[in-house]
Design a protein around this ligand. Sequence first.
Ligand code: HEM
Length: 141
Amino acid sequence: MKNKIIIFSVFLFSLIIIVLFGNNLFFGKKKELDKETVKKKNSQEIETNQPSEIKKYSLEEVIKHNTKEDCWMVINGEVYNVTSFISLHPGGSAILLGCGKDASDLFTKRKTADGEKIGSGKPHSPKAQDLLDKYHIGQLK
Ligand code: HEM
């Protein structure tokens, strides 16, 4: 009987040890994983919070992109590649007037440098302004 009690006690003790260590191993790993996730998250945040470098283009570079197949333009100091928007432009081919140029007046006033009206001769809508963001590639040097 005494032997049985000893064997049972040893078994119980071993069981307690296994459960405690097992849990510790499991939770220990989980904690390490959590730490890593936080580290990763933080480093991702640091990466995304860093301002990406803004490309600078000279007017000479912009002038090279002056066709309907390759159309860049400057609007208020910002450079846009609007090539893929040409076929979607609600004002038709008028947009081509701005290719390879500082098109600030063309876009903001819908007028040429000589004051000649293009279409309505009124500024583009806020919607058109918002659209521009999609085509932004950098700034004028
Ligand atoms: C810089 C050269 C451009 C010229 C000369 C030009 C001219 C025009 C003209 C004549 C219209 C027809 C409506 C009207 O006469 O009032 C028009 C409409 C429009 N254009 Fe342009 N456009 C130019 C560039 C752009 C660009 C770069 C965008 C956007 C990425 C754009 C977006 C629109 C939109 C959304 C409309 C519909 C009317 C509005 O929302 O104002 N255009 N454009």
